[in-house]
Design a protein around this ligand. Structure first.
Ligand SMILES: NC(=O)c1ccc[n+]([C@@H]2O[C@H](COP(=O)([O-])OP(=O)(O)OC[C@H]3O[C@@H](n4cnc5c(N)ncnc54)[C@H](O)[C@@H]3O)[C@@H](O)[C@H]2O)c1
Ligand SMILES: O=C/C=C/C=C(\O)C(=O)O
Length: 486
């Protein structure tokens, strides 16, 4: 049985009180291993190691040397691709075919992209006049922020964690990562890679545990943490913001969504069906950017719904290693309870269940796993809880609309504002609609198409701040203005 330890100051260590919790595979609920739960002592040791490392060899590296090290980390992830892939699939149950295209390659790429951005992005310089006529020169100078706490979720564990660790380290910070309690494996494995590549001890640390009264809370309330970057539920984000208020620490938050798809009658319907299928069902619907509300212009509504149902019927549920499977279980039985609650609620709220709506019979070997059917509803009212609350499962509601204005109003009628997908062949309409969407990310005729140089984040209750490209630099560095009198 595996044992997942903390990674502190370049070494794997157990919790001193011996406290552990179970890690189970959602495919069949089998026990993968035991995870050490960090108390205040372990979290304190990790944060102090990170603090000390800022002043050690890491702090002396030039930006070019840091970039070389991080490139090595990316290469080493790719060399150990199969191990990362297996670890991710065991923890999450997701199909290998998905993890090997999305999770692991992006886990590696996140260590390359941001060093390049940093190297190529200028800081500002302003020449100013002074009364003596000689002037002064103002030069922006970036320094690392210090110790960054990284709190990450379970849906794309390596991808989302490294999307923060990559830029944080590129900017010269040190990190303490608290991965989700559901998915400890790839963060733990990354410690080995850091050591193999010669990243100095204390630069990358991992502590395991839960949120409240556990590693997450101990880390975010630790006074030596200089900034906190978080991806997860909006309500958790609120708790972390309160923790960050003490000592006025900076935060970056990527939170929940209730994203809309807008399908116009002038779209390429096959593209729209393919994209909406992916956006609602890939990763068993556990993608923050995923579409849970689909609005379709009335002339193509019946056809679109029929095509979606036909495609859902073709989804193949199966084990991660089954090459024909494109649909895995949810991450845990606990999360399945939550999604199933919404499936039942949808019926109570008057939905027509077009397809799915229950727990599939997967056979004796898999029935104890966290399986759920991909589901499409119609007929819910706009104020139904199923329409307003984030479910984070493989489901969507499809509703007709008549005018562009109505579609925009319906799509924006939510407290969230992460992403949307607009399907139309009319580029003027695409831009017009995208500009009116209250979101951080608007895709046109695509979904989850990512250029790491671009801003990533949410509007409204979907987040605070932007990461990605130069936007990450704002969060991960302090810009000092050096004013030189000439
Ligand atoms: N906007 C984005 O980029 C994005 C990306 C992926 C997931 N998400 C969101 O994440 C959610 C699913 O992930 P989840 O269930 O792991 O989220 P979650 O908020 O339950 O947990 C996220 C992390 O926060 C930790 N945590 C929980 N309570 C804490 C506390 N009080 N203090 C410190 N840490 C705490 C957890 O242990 C975990 O590591 C969904 O809402 C989804 O939309 C958002
Ligand atoms: O589940 C959410 C997916 C987020 C994706 C990213 O953060 C990314 O692509 O950088």
């Amino acid at each position: 049985m595996k044992e997942f330890k903390h990674f502190i100051n370049g070494q794997y260590s157990a919790s001193i009180d011996g406290k552990t919790f179970e890690n189970r595979c959602p495919v069949d609920n089998s026990l993968i291993g035991r995870v050490h739960e960090a108390g205040k002592t372990e979290v304190d040791a990790a944060v102090r190691a990170a603090k000390a490392a800022l002043k050690g060899p890491w702090g002396q590296l030039t930006q070019t040397q840091r970039t070389e090290l991080l490139n090595k980390v990316a290469d080493r992830i790719n060399e150990r691709f199969e191990e990362f892939l297996q670890a991710e699939c065991l923890d999450t149950g997701k199909p290998r075919s998905i993890a090997c295209h999305i999770d692991i390659p992006r886990g590696a790429a996140n260590f390359k992209a941001f060093s390049e951005t940093l190297a190529n992005h200028p800081t500002e310089a302003f020449r100013m006049d002074t009364p003596d006529g000689k002037g002064a020169l103002n030069v922006g100078h970036r320094t690392p922020k210090g110790v960054i706490a990284v709190i990450s979720p379970w849906n794309l564990p390596l991808l989302l964690m490294t999307f923060k660790v990559g830029p944080a380290l590129a900017c010269g910070n040190t990190v303490v990562v608290k991965p989700s309690e559901e998915t400890p494996a790839t963060a733990t494995l990354l410690g080995e890679v850091m050591n193999e590549c010669g990243v100095p001890p204390g630069v990358f640390n991992v502590v395991h545990g839960f949120g409240p009264n556990s590693a997450g809370e101990f880390l975010t309330t630790h006074p030596l943490v200089n900034a906190i970057t978080f991806t997860g539920e909006t309500r958790t984000g609120e708790a972390i913001m309160k923790a960050a208020a003490v000592g006025l620490r900076n935060i970056s938050m990527e939170c929940g969504g209730k994203n809309a798809g807008l399908v116009f009658a002038d779209c390429d319907i096959e593209k729209a069906v393919e994209g909406t299928m992916r956006s609602a069902f890939v990763n068993c619907g556990q993608v923050c950017l995923g579409t849970e509300r689909v609005y379709v212009e009335r002339p193509i509504y019946d056809k679109f719904l029929a095509r979606m149902k036909a495609e859902v019927a073709k989804l193949k549920l199966g084990r991660p290693e089954d090459p024909t499977a494109n649909f895995g279980p949810l991450v845990s039985l606990e999360h399945r309870d939550k999604v199933k609650y919404y499936y039942d609620l949808a019926r109570e709220e008057g939905a027509t269940v077009e397809i799915g709506g229950g727990i599939p019979d997967m056979g004796e070997a898999l029935n104890s796993g966290a399986w759920i059917e991909p589901t499409i509803w119609t007929g819910l009212s706009d104020d139904a809880r199923v329409i307003r609350e984030e479910i984070f499962g493989p489901c969507c509601h499809i509703r007709p609309f008549d005018t562009e204005e109505e579609a925009i109003e319906l799509a924006n009628d939510t407290e969230y504002g992460l992403a949307c997908a607009i399907w139309t062949e009319n580029s003027a309409r695409a831009v017009r609609v995208a500009e009116q969407m209250e979101v951080g990310l608007a895709w046109v005729n695509s979904w989850f198409l990512r250029d790491l140089r671009t801003a990533f984040g949410g509007a409204k209750q979907s987040g605070i701040g932007r990461e990605g490209g130069v936007h990450g630099l704002e969060f991960y560095t302090e810009t000092k203005n050096i004013c030189i009198k000439l």
